[in-house]
Design a protein around this ligand. Sequence first.
Ligand code: SF4
Length: 390
Amino acid sequence: MGGPLKVRASETDRGWICPASLHGDEDEVRVLSQSGEAANLGNAVHEVMARIVQLELEHVPANLVTDACEKYGVTDVDKATMCCWNGIKVLTELRPFVGKESAVEFQMREVLPEGLFELSGRADIMARGIDQRLGLPVVLIVDWKTGSKTEDGRHYNQMLSYASLGLEENQAAQAVKVVLAWLAEGERSVKTYLRADVEKWRNEELPRDLYWDGKSYVPGEQCRWCPRMASCPGHASWVEANRVSVVGWQPSPLAQPEMLAQALAAIPQLEDGIKAVKLAAKQMLETRGEDIPLREGGFLHLVERKGALKVDAAPTLAKLRADFDLTQERLDAMVTITKDALGDVLRDQFPQGEKGKGADKFLAELEASGAAKRQPPVRWVEVRREAKEA
Ligand code: SF4
């Protein structure tokens, strides 16, 4: 293949796990993710959020959401609305940095030193300002996410890719703040990087992470999003090896402790095999959509249900009050307070050094009054490697 390898920011974390996923022959069969309800929701929410930023709105206009949902074929309008409200919360935190002069849906591109890679990505918001803490000119990049939040650390390269692209577009900036806003869950991953650190990552770490020796494959969870899966020899060998390890397993007699020990020793490998076979079946169903017949009858079939509806207490109570004649007691009974949210509020109420003690005292008083109830203890069995004390 001639020219630099084209890599999108969103692919760099998968490329770090399995560099082979970014390479391959030009005539190889590639399966690009099909558009589905999840992709449609993403498109609709991105479109509404772009309008909200451009118009500096502090609410979510219902007509914008319904129009976008209709345009992209989204059936779960409530979920799209909730995502946009979570987006407004993020924007409120980012003001005055973000305003109507901020760039939205801005396409960024840069060729990395030595011309090995061409990195690209789209900033859902790009804004400039001065970071008060650092006292430096900074560029802000926001990426709206409508899928489920992945663990922190799983998007390390993606965040740095946005950082690098943002700095390339803004040569005067000495630092960059990247916000991945997980709109379905109302969470965010936020990192601020200095230019020197980003350049080191871009010039040294990234080329090393994405280097492929032309023969090694690292199959796993990420194959699900890999366009090479349909014709990948690494993925095919991995599925076959795990299939054989599960199908070929023979239980040993368990009558004696040593037999039991032998069977226990085989469990980790077998569990890995079972997990991999289930994952491969799921990936095949998701990408090819064909049912898999089961020996005992029936099929393994891909089903999609609406996600659980998460209700935001404050606007819901306001609407209930406005629409119906409900007593305050009835409204209070509907509100559930999570321990995390309560902890956040309590931490703000006590001075530094007394936060933990103050919050514990408040919780103990709640428990004593019956306002907070403790669940029964949870028991589980775990393996302890250390020797038992005599
Ligand atoms: S399908 Fe899996 S193993 Fe094959 S290139 Fe893609 S990520 Fe790597």
